[in-house]
Design a protein around this ligand. Structure first.
Ligand code: FE
Length: 208
């Protein structure tokens, strides 16, 4: 098992500009922001490891402020910052052609592909950070979740399949404040094949 201190950043799964999203935006997003989260996640992991080894006692921990509290808060923020970005990049670089078992399951659940895309996209207008189509292993079905921050709004037991980043850094340089156009561009670049592979891996997972 990989420890948090040895985690390495993953390269982009595609090269060149996306359809409507500039290469500059993608490279800043991946090379600076995402890699920055990976580095911070490793730093936090290392500090927690040292703290555990030093035998920190309960009296040194405090919920208003303590080093341990700051590290635990940073731990979930950076880890989710890393994982959500990896999942976001992993479903980009495709041709947007919806097909395969996930597309079929989405149609079955939401009635049509258009209805699903509209509902997911509307959630993207309603949230400040992330929209996730997940396999919720407790519910045993697909579920759309929205988050305002990396470590707020995530549901444990739900595995991301389609992830959309709606922070301004993902689109402002290309679209200004027009988030709606950015979201419609997301669908044009979607790699359904990658999303199908994740879905196949987890669709029978049940922890209820
Ligand atoms: Fe981002």
């Amino acid at each position: 098992m990989t420890s948090s201190t040895s985690y390495e950043s993953k390269p982009l799964p595609f090269s060149g500009p996306l359809n409507g999203i500039s290469e500059k935006t993608v490279l800043i997003h991946h090379d600076k922001l995402y890699v920055g989260y990976v580095n911070k996640m490793k730093e936090v992991g290392q500090k927690l490891k040292e703290m555990a080894a030093s035998g920190i006692g309960l009296d040194a921990a405090n919920q208003s402020y303590s080093d341990l509290r700051a590290l635990r808060d940073g731990e979930t923020f950076t880890a989710n910052g890393v994982y959500l970005h990896e999942d976001y990049f992993s479903v980009l670089g495709g041709d947007g052609k919806a097909e395969g078992p996930l597309a079929d399951a989405v149609v079955e659940k939401w009635g049509s592909l258009e209805k699903f895309i509209t509902f997911f996209s509307a959630t993207g207008m309603a949230m400040r950070g992330w929209i996730v189509l997940a396999w919720d292993a407790r519910l045993g079905r697909l579920k759309i979740y929205g988050c305002d921050a990396h470590n707020q709004g995530g549901v444990w037991g739900a595995i991301p399949l389609l992830v959309l980043d709606v922070y301004e850094h993902a689109y402002f340089a290309d679209f200004g404040s027009d988030r709606k156009s950015y979201i419609s561009t997301f669908w044009k670049n979607l790699n359904w094949k990658a999303a199908n592979e994740r879905f196949e891996l987890v669709k029978n997972l049940s922890i209820s």
